[in-house]
Design a protein around this ligand. Structure first.
Ligand SMILES: [Fe+2]
Ligand SMILES: [Fe+2]
Length: 285
């Protein structure tokens, strides 16, 4: 199986956005965005990433959140239109939200992420998105956790929550007993990251305990906008944890430039290839 993983697209569209939308947390985020970030995550790079995936045709694609910036309806509409250009379609593209996808309470209460991107976050046999997401594709089980919650600026923290943790444990145990290769998706890293007080996963300890009991074969995250390799403890040894940099970051530094990962999974072996955007050709290589 070939699984592609991208993250932190931060698609920006302010089309039809009234100044009222910038009240509350959006004021800080919106001003910051308009000043410095506007051209940092260009849509054309995401279009190139989609073209690359349509050419390489992996079996499954996963995205670990932050599709948008301010959880505006205009941004979600753009994100949906772009995702719909993936030839694989929503059944083979699995998405969990990041903190920017649930940026304000209005978006959380109104389920803006779920309404706009629901088909990409709906479990097998379900009619609407709920988390954890659970999809079984042949030898692979994709278990997607939502860690996104609205927090007052400048917080960008995350939370799994007790109810979701219990469901994650059950899904991991069952899929493990059936011998599947379990891929866990979550936006925030499941370990102590940089500036964890502001940007970390609050209940990472509780999640680590679940993983120590149940195990998992691969854990994928975003949020850090950097390539990261770590492990967390499983019942039979360390579980690989891979963070991928932003899929759209227009930065000249090769280690920060827009990228995504391809995981070739053969039995329990994982081979990782990183495809990086090339500014000269406008394509991923
Ligand atoms: Fe992000
Ligand atoms: Fe994030």
């Amino acid at each position: 199986m070939l699984v592609a993983h991208f993250s932190d697209i931060h698609a920006l569209s302010l089309a039809g956005t009234s100044p009222l939308a910038f009240l509350s947390k959006r004021l800080a985020g919106g001003a910051n965005l308009l000043l410095g970030r506007r051209n940092k995550h260009p849509v054309r790079i995401f279009e190139a990433l989609i073209d690359d995936l349509n050419r390489l045709r992996p079996d499954h694609v996963v995205c670990t959140g932050d599709m948008v910036n301010l959880s505006l309806d205009s941004e979600f509409a753009l994100a949906r239109a772009l995702l719909d250009r993936l030839d694989l379609g929503p059944r083979e593209v699995s998405l969990v939200p990041g903190n920017h996808d649930v940026y304000v309470w209005a978006a959380r209460i109104g389920r803006a992420f779920e309404h706009a991107l629901g088909p990409y976050a709906t479990s097998d046999g379900a009619s609407e998105p709920t988390f954890p997401l659970l999809r079984v594709r042949g030898p692979i089980a994709v278990i997607g956790i939502s860690t996104a919650l609205p927090s007052p600026a400048p917080l960008a923290d995350g939370w799994v929550g007790k109810g979701q943790l219990a469901a994650v444990e059950e899904a991991l145990a069952r899929q493990g007993s059936e011998g599947r290769f379990r891929i866990v998706l979550l936006h925030h890293p499941p370990f102590k990251n940089r500036h964890a007080f502001l940007r970390g996963l609050r209940d990472r300890g509780a999640l680590q305990k679940v993983l120590r009991r149940t195990g998992a074969e691969l854990i994928l995250h975003g949020h850090e906008h950097r390539d990261l390799r770590n492990t967390v403890e499983g019942p039979h040894g360390p579980i690989p944890v891979i963070g991928v940099g932003s899929g759209t970051y227009d930065d000249p530094r090769p280690e920060r430039r827009a990228r995504y990962n391809l995981y070739r999974i053969e039995g329990r072996e994982i081979t990782v290839e990183t495809r990086v955007h090339d500014a000269a050709s406008g394509q991923f290589r």
